[in-house]
Structure formats: C-alpha cells, structure tokens
Design a protein around this ligand. Structure first.
Ligand code: GDP
Length: 737
C-alpha cells in the first residue's frame, strides 16, 4: 500500500459526506461497498498502481485477503454529473457498520459518528428483522437515510413491494425516487422520477454470453475492465413506452409528498403551479435531513447497475457536517453543558470511535472531529481520562492507499497514529477548553467461552492477541478464571466470539482449545448484611494482621458496584483501605455463589482493627476478601441471567408450534402480529434456553421461519435452576475462614 503525502488542504465542509452503508446480512452491503469503492476509486487518477495491474486484480486480491472494507472509515471521492454539486468533487467518508446483530453495539457506535446512511434493502425479500433493528438504531440517532433497493436482477425482485414493506414494517415515509426499467434478468436501468430521465447500463459482453448464463464471477469482473469511475458505463435513453404512465403516477406521489414538507411548495402544489426540479430537490434534501422522507433507489450492485445514481443521491440528499446541529458536551471542570460548532476555528473536540491495528502503520485511532482543527504532531487532551497524548501522524484511509495529512478540520474523519491510551468513546480536545462529548455506552457481555492455549509460547501469543483484539472491540472482555487458570473471553453473541477466536487463530497464529459458549451469569445479593474479615497469623517471625467489618447492600439492577469507607478516627489506618477494596473487588470478580462476578452491590467498610507491627497491605486485602464472603453468606445471594429479546417471523401455519416451544423455554410472549402475510412473535427468553435454536426453528417450520435476538436485560434465575447451576459449579456458595 502506497502512502501519499499531502500538505494543507481546505476541503469545503459542504462537500463532505460521512456516511454508513447499513444493511442486514446478505442484502449486499459488501458488494455495494465494493462497487462504490470502485466507482469512486482514485486509482486511475493517482496512477500509483503497478503497470499491468488492473483495478480488477486489485479488487480480487483485496477480496481474497478480505481487507477491502475492514478499515473503520474509508475516504472516497465522487463527482456528481448533475444537480447542485455537478462537476464538484465531494469527499465521501464511508464508515464501516457491521451487518450482524451480534454487533449491535458496534452499529450504534458507528451511527454516532456518521451524518447519513444508505440502507441497503433486498428487493426480493423486502424488509427483515435485522433491517428493522438497524433502522430503529438509525432513528435513535436521527440519522438521515436514503435506501438502495438492491438485487433488482434476482428472481422475485419487486421494487414497489420493497418500498411498501419499508413503509409497513418500518413506518418510514419511503418513496420511490427512481423506478427500475425491467426486472430480474431484464433489469437494465432506471428512470429518475424528478428529472424524468432514463438511463440504461448495456449488458457487457452480451454478444458472447447471455445474461442468463453469466455467473456471479462474470458480473464481479465487470466491475473492473475498462470501467470508468465517473460512470461512463451507462447512458441516457428514452423512457420505455410501457412505463410512461407509471412514471407519471409515481412522480406525482413523490412531488405531492415533497410539497407536503415545505409551505411554499405546498401552496404552489395546491395552486396547480409548476414546481421546478431544483426546488423539488432542495426541499427533498431538507426532508431527508429532517427524517421526513426516505427516497428509495433501485439497483443491482452485483450487475453494476444503479450504483452511480445512488452515489449522486448521497451527495444531493444526505447532509454535510455543516447541515447538522452543533454537538453538545459537558465541561468537566464546571459540569456545565457546552456547545461546539462544526467550525475549524472553534476549540478542538473529537470523538475516538474505533481503534484498529493496521498491519503497516500499527495502532490507528479513528477520530471524528466535531469542532476545531486537529494538527499532526500536536498534543491532545483526552478529557475522558484526563491525560495528554501526542498525535503522531494523521491519515486518510483510502481503499487502496493512505494519504498523510497535516491537519484535519471540523466535520472530518481521520485516523491518528501515536495515541497510546485513548480508547473508543474517549473525547480528545484542547486542554484550555475541555469538553466531554456524550460517550458511547456498551452493553454488558452475555456469553463467554474458555480458551486454553496449547503450549507456553501459545500462551504468550494469546495474551498479545487478546490485548489487541479487545482494544479494537470494547464489547469484548477478557479475564482469567482464578480456579482453573483458563482464559475466559466474553461478548455479545456466539458469532462475535467465533469471529474473534478465528482471528486469534488466523492472524495471531495462536494454537488453542476452545470451549463451548457459556451463558454469562452474574451473582448479586438481595438483602443487607454485615460480615467480618479477620486474617491474623502470629506464629514466629513477623505475623499478619488484617481485620475489618463490612456492610453490604443490594443496588438497583444495572448499577454495578460501589465501595465506600466509613472509617473514622483511624480504627483502620488510611493506607489499608485501598487494599481492603482490592480484596473485595477480587472476590467480587471471582464470585461467591457459583463462580460468576458479583454485581449491583454496595460494600461499606465501617470498622476493624490493626496491629502496629504485623499489619500489612496483604493481610488487609485478604481480610477484605474474607469479609465479603462472610457478609454475602447472610445476604441471600441469587444468580442473574441475561434475557434476550427474541423475534420470530413465521408463516401462520407454524405459529402454534413456535409459541408452544417458546413457552417451554420460560419465554414471556409479548406480542404476536401480522406483517404482510407472515406472523411475528415478540418474546423475552432467557439466553440459557436458546442454545441450538437456529436448528430447532428450522425443523419446526421446514426452514421457513426466521428469528433474531439481542440482549435485553438481566433477571433473577428461578430457584430450582439456580440450585442446579450452583451444584454444577462446585462452588456451593462456600464461605472461607
Ligand atoms: P452482505 O452480507 O450484506 O455484505 O452481502 P454481500 O455483498 O456479501 O452479498 C451477499 C450475496 O448476495 C453475495 O453472494 C452477492 O454476490 C449477492 N449479491 C449482492 N448484490 C447482488 C445483486 O445486486 N444481485 C444479485 N443477484 N446478487 C447480489
């Protein structure tokens, strides 16, 4: 990968788009992103690829290595041919959003920093559960969206039905922005409703191979060839005669809806006055930014059709950083709210949204600059951690090279090299104008598995790999089981852990045995209690003397842990309070009832004693740990388990079986509703009951029902089940003395 260096450049804010390609798995996110990278590639302009290497080769190599779009943010450039930005180069930063629900937290994180999104729908299957989830998340952050109805070439593709399903299932004001010409194998182009211009993409190599007999690989390779990044592969044509009426009626619908969002246009519309295309586009842009309309565009990424008009839509309708409200944060010194505008002259504020390890440059911290100017070689203040860090180099990551820049301005997304301690969610800013932007919250892991390295050298590699991987993914946690010495990793879902284990083996070459995924239970107390921790050994030589009294109280669900000292008058010297807390935390981590971490608990040390000579940090640490065990034994400990929100979509005929099966899994059925001609069941089900559900649901419904789940909250495990888990753990809530 080449690195080009660039000095100052002021890219106008209104020509920047920070977008995500959002889709559920298999809708075509990867293919669409690849096509965008191809069309927006600078390969031809820069001319930095080796003689004889075509872009196709490059794409294939990258795909083989699977690194085409793994960069957290890729900077591309697109120059629309028409519209208000015609002939002007726009910088489009594509922020990676994961497709699978296991990564919901990652999706949320990326949505935080992007300004707009392209939601990729599957024209043959319409809106599915996962699409709904990402859509809901996008709504939460008010991310303006345009939709790309992909796979128009697939048998059963139906553009207007896809729009209808988006309207019905998502409650979105989805409207056709263009219409497909033909469908399935005869999908050849689109008609733009506002301009009433038709475009077709001629079949390539059509003389030698018919469309029908071409393989996916043939279509993939078309993306290369003599492709032209400005999109010369398509040309304008006449609107097919049999589409004229449909174009008119759909245009009318679009114009009416756009007019409804703007008073001036509404008046014209009612008065029967002609509204110009410019006026309509301007109002549509405003409506998209205000989340009032989602324009839907037809295409087939695999067959290289419809992607360029969608890119024009990105530039025309999705907001620039300038179109958005200022960002709000808190001044950590005064606790007051402060506002930063997307202006390079304001004090700096930037959010670290992803840490990634690049094989060539090392650790990259991706930053979204919200205000001010970030300079390479400067010192940054990390207000979340109250530390100063030096930024080494700043880079824009392109699909096939990197560009070193000296400054990054408000509204831009940049990768910084050299930040050691800044982690995802931290704010960096000017030390003289500190601000903490709203941090990104991550859910607690619900599933874990044990890893045992095969050799001593694997053990070392494992430590290194896990440290790197957890830096990249904050929802992934690592700990060592005190009893077995095993390394336990935990995360948000089986797939996430599977991928991490796979990366550990492939990228870091760790040989290890991996256990079955286990539900991440937690322990908590249900009553207030007190306990005594006494660690006194006085047999010859220097003795040990640690002694404390602890009071423990339950905290509301989700509050975590608290530790306070109520020691007055020096009954325990101040320097031993810290060690007591350490001992308490160690015990909380190890677990008391069944070996799971203790949560939602407040621990107060309120009394104790010490010995002038024999007291030490170690003896108080042990006393703290013993004190907690003693108190916990009297506080009615219970286990908590993760409860999943489960959504099953099934044809009516299997509904009865599916509900009966869910009920046998301790499910709480929340609702069943109709969606199109399918039935959708929403339920809350303990994760421990969901093992093997993918197979079970397939056999229950002849493969026709689908499901999706995500972690919702933690709840008490019923007594009889708790007893079994405790018995199996070998812990039996033992109390040590
Ligand atoms: P992702 O999981 O959303 O990233 O989806 P991919 O881009 O990997 O696509 C999933 C599958 O659908 C792959 O086999 C693609 O080749 C195929 N695919 C993607 N776009 C299209 C399309 O426009 N038409 C057809 N026929 N297949 C497509």
């Amino acid at each position: 990968m080449a690195i080009t260096t660039k000095t100052k450049r002021d890219f106008p804010l209104d020509r920047i788009r920070n977008i995500g390609i959002i889709a559920h798995i298999d809708a075509g996110k990867t293919t669409t992103t690849e096509r965008i990278l191809f069309y927006t590639g600078r390969t031809y302009k820069i001319g930095d690829i080796d003689e004889g290497t075509t872009t196709t080769d490059w794409m294939e190599q990258e795909r083989e290595r699977g690194i085409t779009i793994v960069s957290a943010a890729i900077t591309t450039f697109w120059t629309p041919k028409e519209g208000p930005f015609a002939g002007q180069e726009t910088r489009v930063n594509i922020i990676d959003t994961p497709g699978h629900v296991d990564f919901t937290a990652e999706v949320e994180r990326s949505l935080r920093v992007l300004d707009g999104g392209v939601i990729v729908l599957d024209s043959a299957s319409g809106v599915q559960s996962q699409t709904e989830t990402v859509w809901r998340q996008a709504n939460k952050y008010k991310v303006p969206l345009i939709a790309f109805s992909n796979k128009m070439d697939v048998v059963g593709a139906d553009f207007l039905a896809t729009i209808k399903s988006a309207r019905d299932r998502l409650g979105a004001n989805a409207l056709a922005y263009n219409l497909p010409i033909g469908k399935e194998n005869d999908f050849t182009g689109i008609v733009d409703l506002l301009t009433k211009k038709a475009y077709i993409w001629p079949a390539r190599n059509a003389s030698s191979t018919s469309n029908a007999s071409r393989s996916d690989a043939d279509w993939q390779s078309d993306a290369g060839g003599e492709g032209d990044q400005t999109g010369a592969l398509f040309h304008e044509t006449e609107i097919p005669a049999d589409m004229v009426d449909l174009v008119e009626s759909q245009r009318e619908k679009l114009v009416e809806e756009i007019s409804g969002t703007d008073d001036v246009l509404m008046e014209k519309y009612i008065g029967g006055e002609e509204i110009s295309v410019e006026e309509l586009k301007k109002a549509l842009r405003k409506a998209v930014i205000n989340n009032e309309i989602v324009p839907v565009m037809a295409g087939s990424s695999l067959r290289n059709k419809g992607v360029q008009p969608m890119l024009d839509g990105v530039v025309e309708f999705l907001p620039s950083p300038q179109d958005l409200n200022e960002v709000i944060g808190e001044n950590p010194r005064t606790g007051e709210q402060e506002i930063r505008k997307a202006d390079p002259k304001e004090p700096l504020s930037a959010l670290a949204f992803k840490i990634q390890v690049d094989p060539h440059v090392g650790k990259l911290t991706f930053l979204r600059v919200y205000s001010g100017t970030l300079k390479s070689g400067s010192y940054l203040y990390n207000s979340s951690k109250q530390i100063k860090e030096r930024v080494g180099r700043l880079m824009l990551m392109h699909a096939n090279d990197r560009e070193e820049i000296e400054e990054a301005y408000a509204g831009e997304i940049v990768a910084a090299v050299g930040l050691k301690d800044t982690v995802t969610g931290n704010t960096t800013c000017d030390e003289s104008s500190p601000i903490i932007l709203e941090s990104i919250s991550f859910p607690e892991p619900v599933i874990s598995l044990a890893i045992e390295p095969k050799t001593k050298s694997d053990q070392e590699k494992l430590g290194f790999a896990l440290a790197r991987l957890s830096e990249e993914d904050p929802t992934f946690r690592v700990k060592t089981d005190q009893d077995t010495g095993q390394t336990i990793i935990s995360g948000m879902g089986e797939l996430q852990l599977e991928i991490l284990v796979d990366r550990m083996k492939r990228e870091f070459k760790v040989e290890a045995n991996v256990g079955q995924p286990q539900v991440a239970y937690k322990e908590t107390i249900t009553q207030t209690a007190t306990g005594e921790g006494k660690y006194i050994r006085q047999t010859g030589g220097r003795g040990q003397y640690g002694h404390c009294f602890l009071r423990i109280e339950p905290l509301p669900r989700g509050q975590g842990r608290e530790f306070v000292s109520e020691i007055v008058g020096g009954t325990i010297p101040r320097e031993f309070i810290g060690p007591i807390e350490k001992g308490v935390i160690e015990k909380e981590d190890t677990g008391i009832l069944a070996g799971y971490p203790v949560t939602d608990i407040k621990v107060a040390v309120y009394d104790g004693s010490f010995h002038d000579v024999d007291s030490s940090e170690m003896s108080f640490k042990i006393a703290g740990s013993l004190g907690l065990s003693d108190a916990a034994a009297k506080a009615q400990m219970v286990l908590l388990e993760p409860i999943m929100k489960v959504e099953v979509t099934t044809p009516e005929e299997f509904l009865g079986d599916i509900i009966a099966d869910l009920s046998s899994k301790r499910a709480e059925i929340q609702s069943t509703e109709m969606r199109g001609n399918a039935r959708v069941v929403l339920a809350l089900v303990p994760l421990s009951e969901m093992g093997g559900y993918a197979t079970a649901i397939r056999s229950m419904s002849q493969g026709r029902a689908t499901y999706y789940m995500e972690a919702d909250h933690y709840e008490e495990v019923p007594k009889n089940i708790t007893e079994k888990i405790v018995a199996a753990s070998g812990f039996t809530g033992r109390v040590e003395h």
